[in-house]
Design a protein around this ligand. Structure first.
Ligand SMILES: NC(=O)c1ccc[n+]([C@@H]2O[C@H](COP(=O)([O-])OP(=O)(O)OC[C@H]3O[C@@H](n4cnc5c(N)ncnc54)[C@H](OP(=O)(O)O)[C@@H]3O)[C@@H](O)[C@H]2O)c1
Length: 251
């Protein structure tokens, strides 16, 4: 199959492209670096010609509220319109577990807008909701940092390794469109504040995590179960310790 991966040079995109190529599919890593830009529309019609499946794993270069919303709205509109013209049969997108419960957050208002465009388009689709990637723990720590203190919610999370996300994305990309949401998560449910403390200790980072139920996660206050999946997520293989034990370039 010819499969175009939008954001194919990113963390998940590059792994997904490699996995699909290993299965002998024609997987194209599309991103501004390769001359395909979903914001300006540059290169979209050309790359989509003859494509059966499009996977969107792009992310906004800026996490500022207005910029994120504009990114996902403009990118989604341009991409889905170009897919309709090219006769694409399946649109697969990566989003986040709990997105619909996180409208207080500017970032998640962008993801909600992205998902709405997909549901309203004529193209059969699969929206994959993933929990937080272990690779994002440093970014989460940074988001709560004030000096040597990291203030974070003690809400539960069930994070997943990017290798497990990429493996799951292969299955959903090659499978039939679900026309709905599927969830993926890691094998262990832990409190966010405790996990980030473990991560900082293991990386010999001097910062200390202070659990605070009112601390906001990218703008949204969390309930205990806001970020955890429902009843039947696909579960990845790697827990935190196994992920951390990977050689450094792999994490
Ligand atoms: N981080 C998490 O814990 C988490 C959890 C669940 C779901 N997700 C979702 O996973 C997705 C992928 O995340 P990631 O961490 O793999 O992203 P990433 O590493 O930041 O990669 C982003 C990709 O988007 C591309 N891109 C940026 N602007 C573009 C444009 N105008 N047109 C086309 N491509 C563009 C980038 O291309 P260049 O390299 O050329 O700039 C890059 O390939 C995101 O949608 C995110 O919401 C993340």
């Amino acid at each position: 199959m010819k499969i175009v991966v939008i954001g194919g040079t990113g963390l998940i995109g590059s792994k997904l492209v490699n996995n699909l190529r290993a299965l002998d599919h024609e997987a194209i890593a599309a991103s501004p670096a390769s001359g395909v830009n979903t914001i300006t529309g540059e290169g979209l019609a050309e790359v989509l010609a003859g494509t059966q499946v499009v996977v969107d794993v792009a992310n906004s270069p800026s996490f500022e509220d207005k910029a994120v919303l504009e990114f996902f709205q403009t990118s989604g509109r341009n991409l889905l319109a170009a897919e309709e013209k090219a006769g694409v049969k399946h649109h697969v997108a990566l989003s986040v577990v709990g997105t619909d419960r996180l409208a207080e957050s500017g970032y998640f208002r962008g993801k909600i807008a992205q998902e709405k465009l997909i549901r309203e388009s004529k193209i059969p689709y699969t929206i994959v909701h993933s929990t937080q990637f272990f690779e994002f723990l440093g970014g989460i720590a940074q988001s709560g940092t004030d000096g040597n203190t990291v203030r974070l919610s003690p809400a539960f999370v069930q994070p997943i390794a990017s290798d497990d996300v990429a493996a799951a994305m292969v299955e959903f990309t090659l499978g039939a469109p679900r026309n709905g949401v599927v969830e993926i998560a890691g094998p262990e449910r832990v409190r966010l504040s405790e996990l980030v403390q473990r991560y900082l200790s293991k990386t010999k980072d001097p910062r200390t995590v202070v659990p605070d139920v009112h601390s906001r996660y990218f703008g949204a206050e969390l309930e205990d179960d806001t970020l955890v999946p429902g009843e039947n997520p696909r579960i990845g293989k790697l827990g935190f310790d196994a992920w951390f034990a990977l050689p450094k370039p792999a994490r």
